[in-house]
Design a protein around this ligand. Structure first.
Ligand code: MF3
Ligand code: CO
Ligand code: CO
Length: 275
């Protein structure tokens, strides 16, 4: 173990789920709110002709201006401040110079680190006018995330979240991605528990006050299967169907759940600027 690894060892996964107190919740509020403000800024930039590189630049500069650091930058060899996942890209799309086109849907996933706390959140954006089926996918995916979050309460179980999502999505002939899941978050980026977005009520670890994790369902118009491209990051639907995702970081409270990454501007789901 190197010197740096030794310094971080107490923060690594240890086989149990951490419980955070008021300082943890306060830290997550500050990180979550900054990430939410960054996602609000992105809403004002996105449109036909804008590149995902421009989104990456905006978020990097926003982070620097606010004494924050983008967690994805140099994370396991990833080189960008955001993930930008367009149309059939499920997650981990890399920013590039290609301009967004009218009718595209794009997920922007941002994690800003503020005083050591990781605010992890993502939203979908519609570029110009999107087809009706894309609009439906965005609505269903947002609702799926919020239903998953609404299922969280102390004494419940992790499986309640996946069950709420799966039982809402599948009857609408859309599918829930299995290959990626939500995760514990706090002073590390990806921690226990895994939050799978399918499941049965009562399964998995018990939810306890002080747990902090993400809910980030990926929903496809077609089949749930994904593959990762040869760049090692970009995950796409195998059948090339459209995919969408929203993500919030949340904490379990004594009475229910607190969302750390709500938009201060009320930009919850598209359209963010109704005509
Ligand atoms: N923000 C993503 C998540 O929700 C993780 C991105 S890791 C990266 O967990 F390396 F792809 F950026
Ligand atoms: Co996440
Ligand atoms: Co994320």
């Amino acid at each position: 173990m190197t010197y740096v690894e030794a310094a971080q060892a107490p923060l690594r996964k240890t086989g149990h789920i951490k419980l955070y107190g008021p300082e943890g919740f306060e830290g997550m509020r500050r990180a979550g709110q900054l990430t939410a403000r960054a996602l609000d800024e992105v809403a004002g930039l996105i449109g036909p002709g804008v590149s995902t590189e421009a989104i990456d630049r905006l978020v990097f500069e926003f982070a620097m201006d606010n004494k924050a650091y983008p967690a994805t930058l140099m994370y396991r060899g990833y080189r960008y401040s955001v993930c930008t996942s367009i149309n059939h890209v499920v997650c981990h799309g890399m920013p590039n110079a290609r301009p967004l086109r009218d009718g595209d849907i794009v997920n922007v996933d941002i994690t800003l680190v503020v005083d050591g706390w990781y605010g992890d959140s993502s939203r979908m954006y519609a570029v110009g006018n999107v087809p009706r089926r894309a609009e439906r996918l965005l609505d269903v995916t947002y609702e799926a995330m919020m239903l998953g979050i609404a299922a969280i309460k102390p004494g419940g179980h992790v499986g309640d979240i996946g069950a709420a999502i799966q039982d809402f999505v599948e009857p609408q002939h859309m599918s829930v991605v299995r290959d990626f899941c939500g995760h514990g978050v706090g002073q590390v980026f990806h921690d226990e528990p895994n939050i799978v977005h399918v499941g049965r009520p009562g399964e998995g670890p018990e939810l306890k006050p002080g747990m902090i994790f993400t809910v980030e369902p990926m929903i496809n118009l077609g089949r749930p299967h994904v593959k990762v491209l040869s760049d090692g990051w970009t995950a796409v639907t195998r059948d090339r169907s459209l995919s969408a995702q929203f993500e919030h970081a949340v904490g379990v409270t004594e009475t229910g759940v607190e969302i750390f990454t709500e938009s201060p501007k009320g930009y919850h789901k598209p359209p963010y600027f109704p005509a």
